[in-house]
Design a protein around this ligand. Structure first.
Ligand code: SF4
Length: 472
C-alpha cells in the first residue's frame, strides 16, 4: 500500500516555503473567505441538516461494518448490468488493471474526470510511461496538469493559483494563444472548453472516480459542476471507474441521503450542477454510452484500517470541509502536506495509507482546535485520531529526540502534583522576575520555535495553581 509521490517527510521545509510565498498566502486568504460562509448559509437553510448528517453517519457505519457483503453485492449488480468489477489489492494492481483495459482497446488517449484515488495510485504518470496520454477534464485538474503540479485541495485542486497565474499557464501551453495572457475568467473558461471539446471527441477511454458505489443497483455516482464527467464517460469505447472500497453504500436512497449533505459541505451548494449515475455499458438502442464499463475496486491499505483506531476515516466523503476550516491548512496550503490528501483528513489518511515513517509529521500539523470534526458532515473524530498517531510517533521513536526528552520530563513532573506545583511556581517566579521590565521575551532557551516569529509573554503574577489554592 502506498500513495504515489508522497513528500510528507519534508512537511516542515515545505510549510516554511509556503509561508514565505506571498502570492500563495494571498490566494489562501481568498480561499478561506469563500468556502466556509457559503457552507454556513446553506446549512442554516436546511433545518434537517443535522438529522441528514446522523442518517449519513449511520449508513456509512453500517456499510463499513459489513463491507465485504456490500462489495460482493455491488460486484454482482455490476455484472448484471453488463459491467465488470476488478479487485485491486494495491496501487500497483490498480494501475496494471487500468493499463491492460486501455491496451486491449488500443487506446492512445484517455480523458479523466477528477479522481483523488487516481492521484493516489499515480495513474497519469503510469499511463504516460506506457505511451497513453491522459487528459484531465475537470478545469482545476486540467490547469494543474498543464502546470505539472499536484492538486492542493481534494475538491478544488488549483485553489492555490490565482487568475493571473492561470492566465499565464494557458498562455504557456495553448499554442493558439501565441503567448497572449488572458485576464478575463470567462474568456479562460471558453478557451479551456474549446481545447477540451476536441480531447473528449478524440479519447479512446474515459476514467472517472466515484463518490458512491451503489450495492443494490451496481451504479457508480459522481458529482461535478462542469459536466466534464459525463462527456468523459459517455463518448469513449470504455468507461473505467477507479474507486476506493469504502465508497460503497447499500441502496440508491442511501446515496441520495448522503448527497444532500455532500454538496452543502463541499461547495456550499444545495446540490452540485451534475449528479451522474452510471450503470453498465451502452445497450443496443441506447443513444449514447460507453462501449464497456469497468470498475476497479481499490483497497491499497483501506481494509487494514477496519477495526483499528483509524477506521472512522473510511466514512470520509471527500467533501473538503475540514481543509477549509483548518487554520493550519489555511496558512500552509495543500502542497506542504506532500500528499494528494491534505489538511486534517490528509493528516489521517496519508500516514494510514503511506505509513508513519513517511508521514509522521502530518498529525502534528494541528492545534487540535477541533474545527475539523465540528464541520465534518460525517463527524469523523479527527483530533482523536491525530492524538493516536502522535502516540504512535512517540512509540516508534520517530519524534525528535528533544521532543521525546521534553515529554518524558513533563510526564514525570505532571504525575507528581507536589513536584509539579513547586516546579511551575519556581519557573513562574523566575520568568516573571526576568521579564518584569519588558513584559515579554524575544529570545529564551528552549523556546526558539516560538520566539522565531513572535514574542513570548512573561508570566504576570502567580501561577494558576497557586491562585486556585489560595481561593479554595
Ligand atoms: S474528513 Fe469529513 S470534513 Fe474532511 S473531507 Fe472527509 S468528510 Fe469532509
Amino acid at each position: 500500500m502506498t500513495i504515489h509521490h508522497v513528500t510528507s517527510s519534508r512537511f516542515k521545509e515545505q510549510s516554511h516555503a509556503a509561508l514565505a510565498d506571498a502570492v500563495l498566502q494571498g490566494n489562501l486568504t481568498r480561499m478561506r473567505g469563500n468556502f466556509l460562509p457559503r457552507r454556513a448559509k446553506v446549512r442554516d437553510g436546511l433545518p434537517e441538516f443535522d438529522d441528514l448528517r446522523d442518517a449519513g453517519i449511520a449508513i456509512k457505519k453500517h456499510t463499513i461494518a459489513h463491507l465485504d457483503l456490500y462489495l460482493e453485492a455491488f460486484e454482482a449488480a455490476v455484472a448484471a448490468t453488463g459491467g465488470t468489477v476488478h479487485w485491486a489489492a494495491d496501487a500497483g494492481e490498480a494501475r496494471a488493471i487500468t493499463l491492460s483495459i486501455c491496451q486491449e482497446l488500443g487506446a492512445r488517449t484517455v480523458t479523466k474526470g477528477k479522481t483523488m484515488v487516481g492521484e493516489e495510485i499515480g495513474i497519469n504518470p503510469y499511463l504516460e510511461a506506457h505511451g497513453i496520454t491522459p487528459v484531465e477534464t475537470d478545469l482545476g485538474e486540467y490547469i494543474i496538469q498543464l502546470a505539472d503540479q499536484p492538486p492542493s485541495h481534494i475538491i478544488a485542486p488549483a485553489i492555490h493559483l490565482n487568475r493571473a497565474q492561470v492566465g499565464q499557464i494557458f498562455a504557456d501551453h495553448h499554442p493558439h494563444l501565441k503567448g497572449r495572457v488572458m485576464e478575463d475568467v470567462d474568456e479562460m473558461l471558453d478557451d479551456a472548453r474549446g481545447v477540451l471539446r476536441q480531447r473528449f471527441l478524440d479519447a479512446d477511454v474515459g476514467i472517472t472516480g466515484a463518490n458512491f458505489l451503489i450495492a443494490e443497483t451496481g451504479q457508480t455516482v459522481i458529482v461535478t459542476n462542469e459536466g466534464n464527467g459525463d462527456l468523459t464517460q459517455l463518448l469513449p469505447k470504455a468507461h473505467i471507474v477507479l474507486a476506493g472500497i469504502e465508497k460503497v453504500v447499500p441502496t440508491l436512497e442511501d446515496a441520495t441521503t448522503i448527497l444532500r449533505v455532500l454538496a452543502r459541505s463541499a461547495t456550499g451548494q444545495e446540490m452540485s450542477a451534475y449528479t451522474t449515475f452510471s450503470a453498465g455499458a451502452a445497450r443496443p438502442g441506447d443513444p449514447d454510452g460507453p462501449g464497456a464499463f469497468h470498475v476497479v475496486l481499490i483497497d491499497n491499505g483501506r481494509s487494514a484500517l477496519l477495526g483499528g483506531e483509524t477506521e472512522d476515516i473510511l466514512r470520509c466523503i471527500r467533501c473538503g470541509s475540514c481543509l477549509n476550516a483548518c487554520p493550519v491548512y489555511g496558512k500552509v496550503g495543500g502542497h506542504a502536506y506532500g500528499s494528494n490528501y491534505s489538511g486534517p483528513m490528509g493528516a489521517i489518511l496519508t500516514p494510514a495509507l503511506a505509513g508513519m515513517a513517511e508521514a509522521h509529521h502530518l498529525p502534528n500539523a494541528s492545534s487540535l482546535c477541533g474545527r475539523c470534526e465540528e464541520v465534518c458532515p460525517m463527524r469523523i473524530p479527527i483530533p482523536k485520531m491525530l492524538r493516536h498517531f502522535r502516540e504512535e510517533e512517540m512509540k516508534m521513536g520517530l519524534a525528535p529526540a528533544a521532543a521525546r526528552r521534553g515529554l518524558k520530563l513533563w510526564a514525570k513532573l505532571a504525575s507528581r502534583p507536589a513536584l509539579w506545583r513547586r516546579a511551575t511556581s519556581l519557573v513562574t517566579s523566575v520568568l516573571g522576575a526576568m521579564g518584569r521590565r519588558r513584559g515579554r521575551f524575544s529570545a529564551l532557551p528552549l523556546s526558539g520555535a516560538w520566539t522565531a516569529t513572535r514574542d513570548l509573554p512573561a508570566p504576570q503574577g502567580k501561577s494558576f495553581q497557586s491562585q486556585w489554592a489560595r481561593r479554595s
